[in-house]
Ligand binder design. Structure first.
Ligand code: A3P
Length: 287
C-alpha cells in the first residue's frame, strides 16, 4: 500500500515533492544555460535523459556508467533534487535537470529564460500501461487495486501529476519557441538516429559519426536495462518495491493492446476525442 498523495490545487503529487510548491516556484532561478527535460511520467523520460547525457559527453559512456541518472540530472521538484541543484556551482558546467511538473508549476523564471527544454510525449495508452506496472511498486504514491481502476483514475486525472490531457495542453502551448523541442517516444523507436541528431542539433552539439554511433549503442533497450546507473536498481527500498517494479520494463510501442479490454479502449477513445480538441493531432505519431 503506497502513501497518499500531496495535493496542490487538487493535483496529486508524490510525497517527495518540495513543500509549498506554489511559493517554491517563485524562488528557484532557472539559468539560461540550463537544459530541462519535461515529461508526463512513463513517457520515456529516462531514455531521453540518457540521450542528453551521452550527447553532452560526445558519446563517451563513462559518465552514464558511473553516475546514477538522478545525480546527472536531478528531479527539480523532489526535495533531494532541488537541494542538488541549489548547490550546483557554475564551474561544474551547465545544469541538466528534469521535471514532471505541469506547466503552471514550473519556476516562473523559466518563462523569461533561454534555458533549453525538451518535452517527450508518448501514446497515452502506453503511458497508462507502463504507469500501471510502475506505480504499483512505488511507495511514495497512492496505489491502485487493478488495471481497471488505474485506467479510471488516469482518465479522471487522479494519478501522480494529474491529468495527462491537461499536461499536454499546457506544455504544447510552448510549441514553436526557439528554446522548446518536442520529441516523441515513438520517434525514438522508429527513427532513432534522426531523432538523436535532431536533439543534438537543438542542444548545439555537433557529433561525429563515431560519436553518434556510440550514443545510439548506449541508448539501446538492453544496454540501458543492464546499466544499474539508470535501471533504478539503486533506488532505495523505502521508495520502490523492487520485487514489483522493473523500470526498464518492455520498451515497446503499442503494449497497451495487450492490456486494454475492448470496453476500456472505447471509454478511453471517447474521452480522448473530446479532450484532444485544439491540439495538433497530426503531429502525434500514435494517431
Ligand atoms: P514500458 O514500461 O512500456 O516498458 P519513464 O522513464 O518516463 O519512466 O518511462 C519509462 C518507459 O520508458 C518504460 O516503458 C521503459 O521500458 C521505457 N524505456 C526506457 N529506456 C528505454 C529504451 N532504451 N528503449 C525503449 N524504451 C525504453
Amino acid at each position: 500500500m503506497g502513501a497518499d498523495y500531496t495535493r496542490v490545487d487538487r493535483i496529486p503529487f508524490p510525497t517527495l515533492t518540495v513543500e509549498n510548491l506554489e511559493l517554491w516556484q517563485d524562488v528557484f532561478v532557472v539559468e539560461d544555460e540550463d537544459v530541462i527535460t519535461l515529461s508526463y511520467p512513463k513517457s520515456g523520460t529516462n531514455w531521453l535523459l540518457e540521450v542528453i547525457s551521452l550527447i553532452h559527453s560526445t558519446g563517451d559512456p563513462s559518465c552514464v556508467q558511473s553516475v546514477v541518472t538522478w545525480d546527472r540530472s536531478p528531479w527539480l521538484e523532489y526535495v533531494g533534487g532541488y537541494e542538488k541543484l541549489r548547490k550546483h556551482t557554475p564551474e561544474k558546467g551547465p545544469r541538466f535537470y528534469n521535471s514532471h511538473l505541469p506547466i503552471q508549476f514550473l519556476p516562473k523564471s523559466f518563462f523569461n529564460s533561454k534555458a533549453k527544454a525538451i518535452y517527450i510525449i508518448r501514446n497515452p495508452r502506453d503511458i497508462i500501461t507502463s504507469g500501471y506496472f510502475f506505480w504499483k511498486g512505488m511507495k511514495i504514491v497512492k496505489s491502485t487495486e487493478s488495471f481497471e481502476q488505474f485506467v479510471q483514475w488516469f482518465l479522471q486525472g487522479n494519478v501522480s501529476y494529474g491529468s495527462w490531457f491537461d499536461y499536454i495542453h499546457g506544455w504544447l502551448s510552448m510549441r514553436g519557441k526557439d528554446n522548446f523541442l518536442v520529441v516523441a517516444y515513438e520517434d525514438l523507436h522508429q527513427d532513432r538516429r534522426g531523432t538523436v541528431e535532431m536533439i543534438s542539433q537543438f542542444l548545439g552539439c555537433k557529433l561525429t559519426p563515431e560519436e553518434l554511433n556510440s550514443v545510439l549503442k548506449n541508448i539501446s533497450f538492453q544496454v540501458m536495462k543492464d546499466n544499474k546507473m539508470n535501471n533504478y536498481s539503486q533506488v532505495s527500498d523505502t521508495i520502490l518495491d523492487h520485487s514489483k517494479v522493473q523500470m526498464i520494463r518492455k520498451g515497446i510501442t503499442g503494449d497497451w493492446k495487450n492490456h486494454f479490454t475492448v470496453a476500456q479502449s472505447e471509454t478511453f477513445d471517447k474521452i480522448y476525442e473530446k479532450k484532444m480538441a485544439g491540439l495538433p493531432r497530426e503531429a502525434f505519431p500514435w494517431e
